[in-house]
Design a protein around this ligand. Structure first.
Ligand SMILES: Nc1ncnc2c1ncn2[C@@H]1O[C@H](COP(=O)(O)OP(=O)(O)O)[C@@H](O)[C@H]1O
Ligand SMILES: [Mg+2]
Length: 328
């Protein structure tokens, strides 16, 4: 059988939630018409970036089969993720697609020794025989810069955040996945450790051929590590392309704004300190026209009433009327 061309493909992928407003509720598109492809046999780091409340985690959860799409298609190796049976998920999908989450300690019980999880995963997926488990686990720990001697018999609270995240990544590597979905994997770590984790992703891509979806609100680590980037704003992918294009020369006013706010300690709060964030988020998600119109320095009249389409401009897609006259 021919290998499907796309490792992962999202077409018009949409997730609709309800926002509660007082006593009534209103539907909104937390992820709205997302389109992108990751190609089989072409490992890359694909970053999904944007401030908090832009739909990044919702997108990640759909890819991981934890949320069902409301509309559109999401396939892994040609198969719709939402239609996989429990058995297919367990025996196939979750051995190929592995998550890494923000809080490295959340995945581990404080009462269990951390190596327990590694042995358990090896046993669950029958990766190697019991007698070879030690050696195998040491191998995956070495991939993340640790050794079994450093973790064996230790409880989660005896590890640093950086070490715990490395163990979480080692655990994700046990099944030799093709795709790792890492949702804000470094945002709880000290700035000094972030680059080392991101470097490890690069190494895993280059040496192990793993494709990584790297979700972050930190453009510096995305710029440093990613091959391509999709910038999200309130459910929309507003700019997508090679990272050196999109972050080297951002075209969407939102990407420009995000990039300028890199030095800020809290990139989620730089816009307007007087605005209630949740309120602003709900307003932007449900407003007419462009969702950035309310804070865009280049806003035009039509932005307030019409949704901008995506235009191809200078090697990337950009969802903004400023580029309407550019060649499609
Ligand atoms: N299960 C849910 N039910 C209703 N709204 C949700 C749910 N999950 C997320 N949301 C809302 O969807 C929007 C996007 O959230 P999320 O995907 O977590 O964004 P991000 O990861 O970019 O911060 C937010 O407004 C959030 O409050
Ligand atoms: Mg999130």
């Amino acid at each position: 059988m021919q290998q499907p061309k796309d490792l992962l493909s999202a077409e018009h992928l949409t997730k609709i939630f309800d926002i509660r407003q007082g006593f009534s509720s209103k539907a909104f598109h937390a992820v709205d018409d997302a389109n992108f492809q990751l190609v089989t046999g072409k490992p890359e780091i694909f970053s999904i970036a944007g401030e908090s409340g832009s739909g990044k985690s919702t997108l990640a959860k759909m890819i991981l089969g934890m949320e069902l799409p409301s509309l559109g298609q999401l396939t892994y190796k040609g198969k719709p993720i939402a239609n996989l049976s429990k058995k297919e998920k367990r025996s196939w999908f979750y051995s190929e697609v592995q998550p890494v989450f923000q809080d490295p300690f959340a995945a581990f019980s404080p009462l269990k020794r951390i190596d327990h999880y590694l042995f358990e995963t090896v046993a669950n997926y029958k990766v190697v025989r019991r007698s070879e488990a030690d050696k195998y686990i040491n191998g995956v720990l070495e991939e993340v810069g640790l050794s079994i001697a450093e973790v064996k018999g230790r409880y989660p609270n005896e590890l640093s955040g950086g070490q715990a995240q490395r163990v979480a990544i080692a655990r994700a590597l046990i099944t030799k996945p093709s795709l790792i979905v890492a949702d804000e994997p470094v945002s709880m770590l000290d700035a000094s450790l972030r680059m080392s984790i991101v470097n490890m992703f690069r190494k895993l891509k280059e040496e192990n051929g793993v494709t990584i979806i790297y979700i972050t609100h930190d453009l510096a680590t995305a710029y440093y590590s990613a091959d391509r980037i999709a910038v999200m704003l309130r459910g929309w992918i507003v700019e997508m392309g090679p990272v050196e294009k999109v972050l080297g020369n951002p075209m969407h006013p939102y990407t420009q704004n995000l990039k300028d706010s890199i030095p800020q300690a809290d990139p989620d709060k730089v816009w307007d300190k007087t605005t209630n964030l949740a309120e602003m988020e709900a307003d932007e998600y449900t407003r007419k026209g462009c969702r950035f119109a309310g804070r865009c320095p280049a806003v035009m009249d039509k932005c307030k009433t019409q949704e901008p389409p995506s235009f191809q401009h200078d090697g990337r897609a950009v969802k903004c009327f400023l580029y309407e006259d550019a060649v499609a």
